[in-house]
Design a protein around this ligand. Sequence first.
Ligand SMILES: [Fe+2]
Length: 248
Amino acid sequence: MLDPGEQARPHRHTGAALRFAVQAEGAATIVNGRWCDMRSGDLILTPPMAWHGHINHSNRRIIWFNAANMPLLCALNAYFFEAGDPTDDDFWKVDAGEERIWQAAGLASPEAATVPGCSPKFHYPGAATRDTLAATSAGTDGSRTVRYINPATDGAVMPTLDCYAMRLKADSPTRTRRGAYTSMCLVVSGYGRSRVGDTEFEWGPNDVFTLPSWHWVTHQALGGEADLFIVSDCIVFERLELLREEWR
Ligand SMILES: [Fe+2]
C-alpha cells in the first residue's frame, strides 16, 4: 500500500516477488530501469536481484497484492538484500524501455537479453489477461485458466513462482483436485465459494485465501462469473521432481 506521494526506495534482493494491482491507477513500479504502470489487474514481476522501487503519483491510496518466496529463501539461508541510493533521482526518470520488446504475444527479438529461469517480460497488463480469458475455452477442470508464461521459454515466469488467471463459470464447481504444493488466490472480481479440505467458505472481490498442500480443492462462482489470480510454488516441486497431483 502507498499513500499519495509516497515511494518505496530502490532496492533488490535474491527473493522473487510480484505485485498484482488491485487499486493502483496512478502508481508505478520501476523494474531494472523500466517504468511499469500499475493499472487494475496488471501483474508486475520483480525477478531475483532486479532493482525495483514503487511510486504513487495519484491523490489516493493505492493497493496491490504482493507475493514473494521469502520463506523458502530464508529456509535455504539464501536471502540477500541490497538497498539502492535513496538520493538517486535518475532511478525514477525512466520510461517503459525494453519492456516494449516483450509487449506483444508471439513476437520476440532473438537479440534481446534474457536471464535463465526468469521472464524477460516484467509487466503483464490486466486488459490482455481479461481478453485472453474471454477467448479461452473451459479446460478439463471446468474453469477457463491461462498461465502467465516466460515468453522466452514458455515456462513459469520465475524460478520459484508460477502464476495463473482463472475464470469460473457461474454456479458450476471446478473438478476437485489436490497437489503437493501451495497456492494463494486473490479474488479479482465476482463472488463464489471454495471448499479446501474440510473447510468451506464464501469469498468476494479482493479476498485472499490459501490452498495448502495436499488438500482437496474445488471452487464455484456464485451469481455470475468470477476471476481469480493464483500464485503457486508448484514450479519448485516440479524442478525437484516432487510434483504430485490428483483429481477426483
Ligand atoms: Fe522488494
